[in-house]
Ligand binder design. Structure first.
Ligand SMILES: Cc1ncc(COP(=O)(O)O)c(C=O)c1O
Length: 366
């Protein structure tokens, strides 16, 4: 017997698939450990005092000998108070990642799902791993979506994944186009709003009105909780019921649940920090527009995508050169429609200046 013979079809597909790139990328990231991390869209503008206060709150309430509150109920209650949404319209996961996986398990299985690309790679990862097939529809040349194009591509698919604001372009799609897909497609539409706190308006409140719309959110980005793993989804009671059927009892750990409770208690302070990310994003963007050799794109997220346009350079050469200067950014230049683009996380003013100086040095030698 060869052990490979026991491996499930979806996992074999992943192994032979170009998406082993995901594993390779994250394996290589150990090389990034010593660098200033501007490659994972974390939020370093959450003030240290606030982070420490959350950890103290967790420490005071947590008894690690006990299992966490089942079905993430403490986090659900806290999120309901943070968002004003009804508990019946919320479900939590071990990061939004786990919710993507769960939605694939519940609604796609080994069928087909449409992904609007270029985008976050984990939709394809979970669809493939479950034994399903990812079908792709590309954004327009202006990197926006067209409902007509998407509706032409939905034949035979059970779900559509739309990321808005999109990772890695930073573009938030027109609500009317998104809702036109929701209203005319007889399958599930998942709108991943992981970065929407940096954008302004969200489709969350609309989700419970539709029987086929799911909005995904996360506390990893705006709320600085990437290390504790909390994501949530907003949808109609019926969708939530099915998602909960497939929910493991202790999927969200206790520290994470108390941390969400703490965040809800100081929501205004968090919102102040989120506003600072937007200010820093405008600073970084305006500085990048002054630099020859790169073309930044306007962003509604906590990162900026930029195209490398200097002769003799490409995105992978630039990422490596920046890494040698101690700054880690993400190469996205292998994705369709965004050739030669890199993605950089908006950091503190010091981080942003470090990146800008490194960029000037590698591209212009000063
Ligand atoms: C678009 C998008 N959705 C979901 C996630 C996953 O978020 P979480 O940390 O909650 O698993 C990410 C993380 O980078 C993301 O970029």
């Amino acid at each position: 017997m060869k052990i490979e013979d026991l491996v499930c079809r979806g996992v074999r597909a992943l192994a032979s698939h170009k998406k082993t790139e995901i594993t390779e990328t994250y394996d290589k990231m150990s090389l990034f450990e010593k660098a200033v991390r501007m490659d994972l869209n974390e939020n370093f503008l959450i003030e240290e005092e606030l982070v420490k206060w959350v950890l103290r709150y967790v420490g005071e309430h947590l008894d690690p000998r006990r299992y966490p509150p089942a079905k993430g109920i403490k986090a659900v209650k806290a999120l309901s108070s943070l968002t004003g949404l009804d508990e019946a319209n919320l479900a939590v996961g071990n990061g939004a990642d786990e919710l993507i996986e769960r939605l694939v398990n519940v609604f796609v299985g080994d069928d087909r799902a449409l992904v609007i690309e270029p985008t976050f790679e984990m939709y394809e990862f979970y669809i493939t791993r479950r034994g399903g097939v990812k079908v792709s529809c590309l954004v327009n040349d202006d990197l926006c979506i067209s409902a007509d194009e998407i509706l032409r591509a939905v034949n035979g698919v059970k779900a559509v994944f739309i990321c808005s604001p999109n990772n890695p372009t930073g573009i938030q799609y027109d609500f009317e186009e998104v809702l036109r897909v929701v209203e005319n497609f007889k399958g599930l539409v998942v709108v991943d709003e992981a970065y929407v706190d940096f954008a302004g308006k969200s489709l969350c409140e609309r989700a419970p009105d539709y029987d086929n719309l799911v909005i995904l959110r996360t506390l990893s980005k705006a709320y600085g909780l990437a290390g504790l793993r909390v994501g949530y989804m907003v949808a109609s009671d019926d969708i939530i019921k099915w998602v909960k059927v497939a929910e493991p009892p202790f999927n969200v750990n206790a520290a994470a649940q108390y941390a969400v409770e703490a965040i809800a208690l100081r929501a205004d302070d968090f919102k102040r920090c989120i506003a600072k990310v937007k200010e820093e994003r405008e600073y970084l963007y305006s500085q990048l527009t002054k630099l020859d050799g790169v073309k930044p794109f306007k962003s509604s997220a906590n990162f900026i995508m930029l195209k490398v346009v200097k002769e003799g350079w490409n995105s992978s050469k630039l990422v490596n050169a920046l890494l040698n200067k101690g700054v880690a950014v993400r190469d996205r230049g292998n994705l369709p429609k965004i050739e030669n683009c890199i993605r950089v996380t908006v950091g503190t003013r010091d981080m942003n200046n470090l990146f800008l100086n490194a960029l000037k040095e590698v591209l212009h030698g000063s």
